[in-house]
Design a protein around this ligand. Sequence first.
Ligand code: BF8
Length: 648
Amino acid sequence: MSTEVQDYKKVGDQASQEMLAKATEESVDTCFDRYETQKHHCKFGTSGVCCKICHMGPCRITKKSPLGVCGADEDTIVARNYLREVVGGTAAHSDHGRHLVLRLKKVAQGEGNGYTIKDEKTLRYNANLYGIEEEGRTKEDVALDLANMMLQEFSHQEEYLKTLTLAPVKRQGVWENHDLKPHGIDRTVVEAMHRTTMGVDHDYKSLLMHAFRTSLCDGWGGSRCASIVSDIMFGAPKPIKTEANLGVLKEETVNIIVHGHEPALSEMLAVAVQAPEIKAYAKKAGADGITLAGLCCTANEILMRHGVPVAGNFLQQELAIITGAVEMMVIDVQCCMPSLPKVAESYHTEIISTAEIAKTVGASHIEFNEDLPLESAKEMIKRAIDNFGKRDKSKIEIPKQSAQMVAGFSVDAIKYMLGGTFRGSFRPLNDAIIANRIYGLVGIVGCSNPNCKLEEYTHVLTKELIKRNVLVLKTGCAAIASGKAGMMQPEIGVEQAGDGLREVCETVGIPPILHMGSCVDNSRILEAATEVVAEGGLGDDLAGLPAVGVAPEWMSEKAIAIGCYFVASGVDVVLGNGFYTSGSPNVEKFLMEDTKDLFGGSFHVEEDPLKAVELIMNIIGEAREALGINKKAERKLYDMQDRRELDV
Ligand code: BF8
């Protein structure tokens, strides 16, 4: 993997460039500067051969010292480190899910304190999926059973994760045959830490298999629970218009940014900013209203449901403060840089940490009061309004750039768009794939990372793929990147799409790039792929679908867990930069090759986005060939007669 860094001023998007220039003028350090000082990476770290698991070391594997003090070789050390990264990612997504499930339980018990079951249809649909009797029962009773069932997904000691049964039957067989089915999430994570402690599991293959087993707890467990419960309590997303990039901040309004991942607080803030007394309070302070905007996946959660604008993605969190126009940044968990209070020292911005498990030195910690959530949210907003008068006007500079976008494509919303209320199904999508108007499906997910030119890879890849008739599904910061670039305006996306994809998009009214939500919502991509299999005509497993996952600019342990559960589900995953595994050719071979035989999908690393496009097209082409659908695109949409004659 190349660690060559671009000039930090060469970030792709203009708004970020302007803020970086301002940061330099005002002597404010950002992650881009710190990347420069950190860029001579330790080769033991990047190759994964540094072991700090016991205190006889640290041991580092070299040609001259090929074994650690205990005798662990590079394969054991690299695989152990890798498994611990997967554990980190799985734990983060799952704990997020757990908090939401616990909240749903309280709602069901009549202690919602402002939270409700907003989407009864989604509740009953999912209760049915899990075999929970719902007919003739109150929504609270059903929700209580569902919440208790989901809590057991964490605590099962002997039973397997129940959500696995929602996967195609053939996939369940693959997991069974390879002994990959995880027990409860908590048990699996604890076991992973046990396996990787000194003197336990030393077989790299056994360690890596547990990495894939653990990852299933994420995609089919914790993340899936998080998405389902969020939809039940806050509403399943539907297509909604909004705007993205730093230009959504306004000079004349109080600007509050919500940043992190869990939607519970941000949902309440979205409600509270609408309260008449809050609006009046802002007016009294001389502001022309309040702008609530999101960053990272909290942004994705509230934009998918309320159309709340997105200030930016991961690498823009410091840049938002540098506008000098942010009164408050409310952070919860995950991807919130510890540098935020330091950056905020140069401005009037107050950083408020809100989660008991996520404290940051220099931030004011105001724990979110779960018993009085709306009041708690209003107090926070009033505090932000009080900061409005503390602005240093000479430091305010808000970039003009922002782009309109459409988001909100839950699986249910896609089904509805494809077939309407009464005929909602994936049939038109499957038919379009079979007829080669849509060549395949690609999920582009994950972060932004200063180790490459900001968002360039994501943009090149996205544009090239839609041009080649690939329908793109997006989540996380990769989705925000496309939103900022204007690619999520259906008209613009459609204009850039190839003829076949364009025709389908225009006919059914979907854009060629579908924003499906936050990173836990990658479980929606699995759900969509499962629907495609169930619809028929494209094989009987997730493996073999003309579909690929890509994490172009990933940086987080969570992205590794996501990649692993895609691969374990049979989907090939292309990474824009590699893992910390190069110190063990055996581990790399297992991840990049052996997994293909085991699961039907494997990892691939490709740093060049155009070469990645070729690689993806080849993987999809091979899948189409195997399915017997690699024929020339049909020139028109099928009528019923044509459909009956389909040779599949
Ligand atoms: O969980 S894409 S930088 S914000 S880790 Fe973080 Fe990566 Fe963004 Fe959402 Ni996902």
